[in-house]
Design a protein around this ligand. Structure first.
Ligand code: FES
Length: 203
């Protein structure tokens, strides 16, 4: 018996399959991040405070590495919205993580320009070097490898973003050396975005 003609009780149709994030440990910003958030939220009129959800979540991820249920509740309290509102944002954007990731997250662009210039071979070479598949984190927790869509530097394809830094013209044959260089020198090993480099050099 059901009051809805297409949704009989007992079938499970009415149950959401959505997986909620782990609650994790209690979360609060460090004093420095709280000060950053307070400065950010002043940029928005009070009636548009929700527009600060994205930067508020970036601060969480920079502080904790990923975003837990408790962190979403904390952000909701800072913004003045519901935890569900915050979770909607977290689950929409692929660059927010709800599970721990490696120290270095390697995002390999797989969209057209990069695909034509060997992105697939680049991913395969990184998989071979790291001993993982795209979507996984290595056993040491140092590297997470992901495939993503256009990173906005199509004229320097193939492009890999490592955390927040660009590495342009990334040839598959250089993949192993890139991983070694990241281990040795961190993100200083990356080419960076050519526009930032040219601006820095006054070109
Ligand atoms: S297609 Fe790879 S950066 Fe645009």
């Amino acid at each position: 018996m059901s009051f809805h003609p297409k949704m009989p009780y007992g079938t499970g149709w009415h149950r959401s399959e959505r997986k909620l994030a782990e609650l994790g440990p209690e979360f609060a910003y460090t004093p420095e991040n709280q000060a950053r958030f307070d400065a950010i939220v002043k940029r928005y009129p009070p009636e548009h405070r929700r527009s600060a959800i994205l930067p508020a979540l970036h601060l969480v991820q920079a502080q904790q590495g990923y975003i837990t249920g408790h962190a979403m509740t904390f952000v909701a309290g800072q913004i003045g919205c519901t935890p569900a509102d915050v979770e909607d944002v977290v689950s929409y954007y692929t660059m927010f993580f709800t599970q721990p990731v490696g120290t270095y997250v390697l995002y390999v662009c797989r969209t057209l320009s990069c695909a034509l210039c060997g992105a697939e071979r680049l991913t395969e070479a990184l998989e071979e070097k790291l001993g993982i598949r795209a979507g996984q984190t290595d056993a040491t927790g140092t590297f997470t490898l992901l495939e993503v869509e256009c990173l906005g530097a199509c004229d320097r394809a193939p492009v890999v973003m490592v955390n927040d830094e660009w590495h342009e013209c990334a040839r598959p044959e250089d993949a192993a050396a890139l991983v070694d260089a990241l281990r040795e020198r961190g993100t200083a090993a990356l080419t960076g975005c050519h526009l930032c480099v040219e601006r820095r050099n006054g070109q």
